[in-house]
Design a protein around this ligand. Structure first.
Ligand SMILES: NC(=O)c1ccc[n+]([C@@H]2O[C@H](COP(=O)([O-])OP(=O)(O)OC[C@H]3O[C@@H](n4cnc5c(N)ncnc54)[C@H](O)[C@@H]3O)[C@@H](O)[C@H]2O)c1
Ligand SMILES: [Zn+2]
Length: 285
């Protein structure tokens, strides 16, 4: 079925016409780029067990296990490229329809597609922060240091998991050597929000600034199971702003949505961009 024929598509285009739209995106936006989600139809069968903030901060063994898996998963994660859905959102921003994106994704694919106003609610895996001195550094630099400390490690094959980790037993990672902060020797953490950790208040403030300048909310590829994203749906509902949801499968925000479209982001968003007056040729890719 062409995306234009999907139930709700016309209502979606009509609802967003002439509005200042803020988009809330989730993992479903990046599955077509090869990065698995947590709660999609494919992933539900596999039990994912992402690391909790408390374990990471409190246990050296948990950190070692995390970084050992991440050292394998990162090269593949970072190879992911934006898909047609990311590109359509960038066109919608260039056309002035979308005013910005609040993303729960940590993959930087919106920026790679050309989106300019992006609030990374859960941070980015491309960055590493020192828990002791706060120094922010590049994930690639850490990858090189981990490679030097653990020769041969990165070539081991393992399945890539949603957060850029790879599946490995704790025994297999016991000998992995974790580098400390290059500045102070302190404990390094990927600059992403783990389960059980709060979104930094500056990031939340920035997201609200973007939200406040808009009058409609479009949710794309998120189950809204995580409250840090769902709160924007709650607030849009409280302000009686139009809310549209484009997602495969049910979401926690379905009751608040004015329009729901069940379709793939990579197919529906380009059609939406066209319906709202932007075409792929109107902007250099
Ligand atoms: N790409 C990433 O950066 C990434 C990937 C996995 C998890 N995460 C993290 O985990 C949390 C997961 O919450 P979430 O709500 O973002 O994701 P989620 O996994 O809870 O929900 C994703 C939703 O997208 C739907 N979906 C999958 N593919 C789709 C497609 N092509 N088109 C439309 N819908 C599609 C799924 O059915 C599901 O309902 C986030 O907070 C994020 O930080 C990030
Ligand atoms: Zn430090």
């Amino acid at each position: 079925m062409p995306p234009e024929a999907l139930p709700g598509f016309d209502d979606l285009a009509y609802l967003l016409q002439g509005q200042r739209v803020v988009v809330l995106t989730g993992a479903g936006c990046s599955t077509e780029s090869g990065i698995p989600d947590y709660r999609g139809p494919e992933t539900r069968r596999k039990a994912r067990n992402p690391i909790k903030y408390r374990a990471f901060v409190g246990e050296a063994a948990a950190r070692r296990h995390y970084w050992a898996r991440s050292a394998i998963g990162w090269p593949r994660f970072k190879q992911a490229r934006p898909n047609d859905g990311h590109r359509a959102l960038a066109r919608l921003e260039a056309a002035g329809v979308v005013r910005g994106i609040i993303t729960q994704n940590v993959d930087r694919l919106h920026q790679a597609a050309g989106s300019e106003r992006v609030v990374e609610l859960h941070g980015a895996l491309a960055e590493v922060r020192c828990l002791d001195c706060g120094h922010l550094s590049d994930r690639d630099a850490l990858q090189a240091r981990m490679g030097a400390l653990n020769p041969g490690w990165q070539t081991r094959s393992a399945e890539v998991a949603p957060d850029g980790d790879a599946e490995l037993s704790t025994d297999a990672t016991a000998d992995f050597r974790v580098p400390g902060c290059a500045t102070c020797g302190g404990v390094l953490k990927p600059n992403v929000v783990f389960f059980g950790e709060n979104v930094p208040s500056e990031t939340v403030d920035d997201a609200w600034r973007l939200f406040d300048g808009c009058d409609a909310l479009l949710v794309v590829g998120s189950s809204l199971a995580v409250y840090s994203g769902y709160r924007f749906v709650r607030e849009a509902a409280a302000r009686r702003h139009p809310i549209a949801i484009l997602n495969l499968g049910a979401t926690r925000g379905d009751a608040e949505a004015w329009v729901r479209v069940q379709g793939r982001c990579g197919r529906v968003l380009p059609a939406l961009a066209e319906a709202l007056g932007t075409s792929p040729s109107s902007r250099a890719a």
